[in-house]
Design a protein around this ligand. Structure first.
Ligand SMILES: [Zn+2]
Length: 458
């Protein structure tokens, strides 16, 4: 009998202590990290993407219809429980898209999508390469970051703290000073708690996974739909300062408006899984959008149109030129032919449509900053000294240029067509362009490479 009394008393004291300590947490909970997907943020070293049209789906970045994508988790990241969820939630897209996401073992050497599971500590947040940009990343690097701290059910752990449960005992055992315990500490400690049962915020895990895999399949942020959001720019800039985003980054991720073309004729869809949540104070007219955790009907329709299950080629497919494995740009002076011989080594691939590409070599100043003007009528590109080849590339073509000893792609620039440079060094810049269906202009910049400095004595 006496034993019982003691136990009850102890429990009562422990209870009051816990409640008192919880107050030290304060009442400010940090929000879920925003998605930091950048479009064309990272191509091969020395390559840039100057594409102007960001879009609701970037048709230039979509995979071929029916593609089987190999997906893996990066070595040693994530528990089996979290991996199982991400796999299941990612595969939601397969229900509507003619795409297979094949999850393969961590040690698979070549994959299309590589997921690194991190936490609030490494601050990599949530982001993904967009569509076929995934294939531009080195195999050693992830193409997607997911911050699994956001996937934990923090309310469960807070409640555990308040009731003196296993998490509370874990903290006490670690010698934590519970009198001054704060939310940042809480969010940090929860990562280390070896929970015997997974306690996930399923809807956040599902919504975030589907959003990032939406990017991996070529979808972009829905809030970029032309005219959809009347942003209060100054308050938005201020808000994203807490994530150390400068104006340019906020412009790019949040405020950028896509080309009308890339909306693919769809209506603006505030329920899209690809839409950021927007509080009313970020807009000038008080418009707001709640966090979306499920695919909308619009999402299902657009992904089914991009990757149709009932036909071979999507009606939304655009001509697509993809350059990969750009090994080198060789420029040789041929004093017999009296010309610069420009030899690029790379792979080119097209999609389901016939595509035109322009392979352009231009002269630049030694620092690579300026093109060199020319009066030559034949050897110029937009008034600058250079030469080019227009290529008609058949659908579904894969080609490796200059693989064999006999060269199959060379550009020739005769010495006499090169402006007088007064002995100054110059470089050769090689670029691949394709026509942009969205703008009708030749502004789709596919790849870029710059030679070492050269000089010409005549
Ligand atoms: Zn995103």
């Amino acid at each position: 009998m006496k034993k019982y009394v003691v136990l009850i008393l102890f429990a009562a004291i422990a209870g009051t202590q816990v409640n008192a300590q919880i107050k030290a947490l304060g009442d400010k909970k940090p929000a879920k990290s925003p998605c930091t997907t950048l479009v064309g943020d990272e191509m091969l070293p020395g390559m840039a993407d100057t594409t102007t049209g960001r879009s609701v789906s970037d048709n230039y970045k979509t995979w071929e219809n029916g593609a089987v994508l190999l997906v893996k988790f990066m070595n040693n990241t994530g528990s089996p429980a979290i991996r199982e969820r991400i796999t299941r939630y990612a595969k939601e897209w397969e229900k509507f898209a003619n795409i297979k996401l094949n999850f393969v073992p961590d040690n698979t050497p070549t994959t299309n999508i590589r997921i690194r599971l991190g936490s609030r500590r490494d601050k990599l947040g949530h982001n993904s390469a967009v569509g076929i940009d995934n294939d531009q990343r080195a195999q050693a690097r992830q193409t997607m970051n997911l911050d699994t701290s956001d996937f934990l059910d923090h309310d469960f752990f807070l409640n555990d703290l308040k009731t003196g449960g296993p998490f509370y005992k874990f903290l006490v055992a670690k010698g934590k000073d519970m009198k001054s315990y704060t939310y940042p500490q809480f969010y940090n400690d929860v990562i280390d708690f070896p929970s015997p049962l997974p306690r996930f915020a399923e809807k956040v895990a599902k919504g975030t996974t589907m959003h990032e895999f939406g990017h991996a399949l070529g979808l972009l942020h829905e809030q970029s739909y032309p005219g959809a959001i009347k942003w209060n720019k100054d308050t938005v800039y201020k808000y994203y300062e807490q994530y150390d985003w400068d104006k340019a980054k906020t412009d790019f991720n949040v405020l950028e408006i896509s080309e009308q073309f890339f909306t693919n004729g769809t209506a603006y869809d505030p329920k899209s899984i690809m839409h950021y949540s927007i509080p009313a104070w970020q807009t000038v007219d008080g418009y707001s959008v709640d966090e979306n955790y499920e695919m909308s009907d619009g999402d299902k329709k657009i992904i089914a149109a991009i990757y149709p299950k009932d036909k071979k080629i999507s009606a939304l497919a655009v001509p697509k030129v993809t350059v990969s494995n750009f090994v080198k740009l060789e420029v040789k002076k041929d004093d017999v032919k009296k010309a610069l011989i420009i030899t690029p080594y790379f792979n080119v691939r097209t999609g389901a449509k016939l595509a035109n590409a322009y392979y352009v070599a231009r002269l630049t100043t030694e620092d690579g900053q300026y093109y060199i003007a020319t009066k030559s009528l034949k050897f110029n590109w937009g008034g600058f000294s250079g030469t080019y080849l227009k290529m008609n590339l058949l659908p579904n073509t894969k080609k490796t240029y200059n693989k064999l000893a006999k060269k199959d792609l060379q550009l020739v620039l005769p010495y006499k067509e090169i402006p007088e440079l007064a002995g100054k060094n110059f470089r050769v810049e090689f670029t691949v362009y394709q026509n942009d269906v969205a703008t009708g202009k030749l502004d789709r910049f596919v790849t870029y490479s710059l030679s070492s400095p050269l000089s010409l004595v005549r």
